[in-house]
Design a protein. Structure first.
Length: 72
């Protein structure tokens, strides 16, 4: 089933940062679409909940060692 998730992002300051975060998230299995909003420090993610979940997506960003994410 398709679900939607908003992540609050910390440490993102430039378009390059947004691009890296988008790459991290789109590489996760089950992610259908990612819209990173630099002005709002957030990412809107569409994903298949049979392949991934909120915790896994949040952890993918947090494991980057550069950025942090929090589900909201």
């Amino acid at each position: 089933m398709t679900k939607f998730l908003n992540l609050h992002l910390f440490g993102m300051q430039t378009k390059h940062c947004a691009s890296i975060i988008k790459s991290i998230l789109t590489s996760e299995p089950g992610v259908v679409d990612v819209d990173v909003k630099l002005d709002y420090d957030s990412a809107e993610i569409t994903y298949d909940d049979m392949e991934t979940n909120e915790f896994r997506l949040e952890t993918a960003v947090n494991n980057s060692g550069i950025y942090n994410a929090l589900v909201f």
